[in-house]
Design a protein around this ligand. Structure first.
Ligand SMILES: [Zn+2]
Length: 151
């Protein structure tokens, strides 16, 4: 258990005096934490010596935990053969495109699953077609061997 000092956030700005809390997780100065169900705060000090809280140790509360910052990364591509098969079929139907991709997703040229990881002609890993792509683009060729299905 770490003893820390936390300054409450007023809106986005830390304000007022820093209060002493326990933290079950290891935290560091500057971390944004959830103090209780309604308040967030910023850690101003960590590893406060036990002696400093001796007189009021039983009143010291424990923070909820670190605030996980919302990831700004792009949502990763997802791969699933069945979902992608369906996604591509629906896409072709909606757009009135012919369905070029193999019915079962297996490339008839290289025998690999186009909606899953495979190897390209150089023997390197090739990612295959994600569910997102299958649902938003007309598939006209193999992502692994580049064989065209529409010739
Ligand atoms: Zn292929």
């Amino acid at each position: 258990m770490q003893i820390i000092k936390v300054q409450f956030l007023k809106g986005e700005i830390p304000s007022g005096k820093a209060y002493t809390y326990f933290s079950e997780e290891t935290v560091s100065t500057g971390d944004m934490v959830q103090i209780n169900s309604s308040a967030k705060g910023v850690i101003t000090e960590v590893d406060i010596p036990e002696s400093e809280i001796e007189d009021f140790r039983d009143k010291v509360k424990t923070i909820v935990g670190k605030v996980v910052s919302e990831s700004k990364e792009e949502p990763g591509e997802r791969f699933n053969v069945l979902d992608s098969l369906v996604a591509q079929k629906c896409y072709c139907k909606e757009e009135s495109y012919p369905h070029f991709a193999p019915e079962d997703g297996i490339c008839w040229k290289c025998n690999q699953q186009i909606y899953a990881e495979g190897k390209n002609r150089m023997g390197n890993l090739s990612k295959g077609i994600s569910i997102e792509k299958a649902g938003s683009e007309l598939i006209t060729g193999c992502p692994h061997c580049n064989w065209s299905y529409c010739d």
